[in-house]
Design a binder for this molecule. Sequence first.
Ligand SMILES: [Mg+2]
Length: 148
Amino acid sequence: MMNKAIYFDMDGTLANLYGVNNWLTKLQNEDATPYTDATPLVKLNVLARLLNRLQANGYTIGIVSWLAKNGTTEYNTKVINAKMEWLTVHLASVKFDEIIITEYGTPKEMVVNFPNGILFDDEIANRENWIGTAYDVDNIIEVLKGLN
Ligand SMILES: [Mg+2]
């Protein structure tokens, strides 16, 4: 049975981390600014309106996102803060029910409350391992518009 829950990855799904100049070098140097500098990959005003409507219709709305690979504890804290800031800046009107920002490589279906729900994620392995229905990132708005 499908849960009424919708989860989003961040990097490469909502936030264009990989479009930030020298993002990888910066992450390797424990610079968290690429996470706040990342531009949105979706029309945020449209996304926010849809998410608020779906939440009012009983959907749980969540984020499930990884930290940088091989980050120190100190850097992990900075990355969590940067990701929370990105969500606050770009999706201020969305009150997420669940925000999971976890170690790089963590199986996402193991750490969320409703792995039978929907996942949007740019990584194929995450989509393949997901229990519910997983979508790539090309038609996020269209998929959400089709839910009720
Ligand atoms: Mg991703």
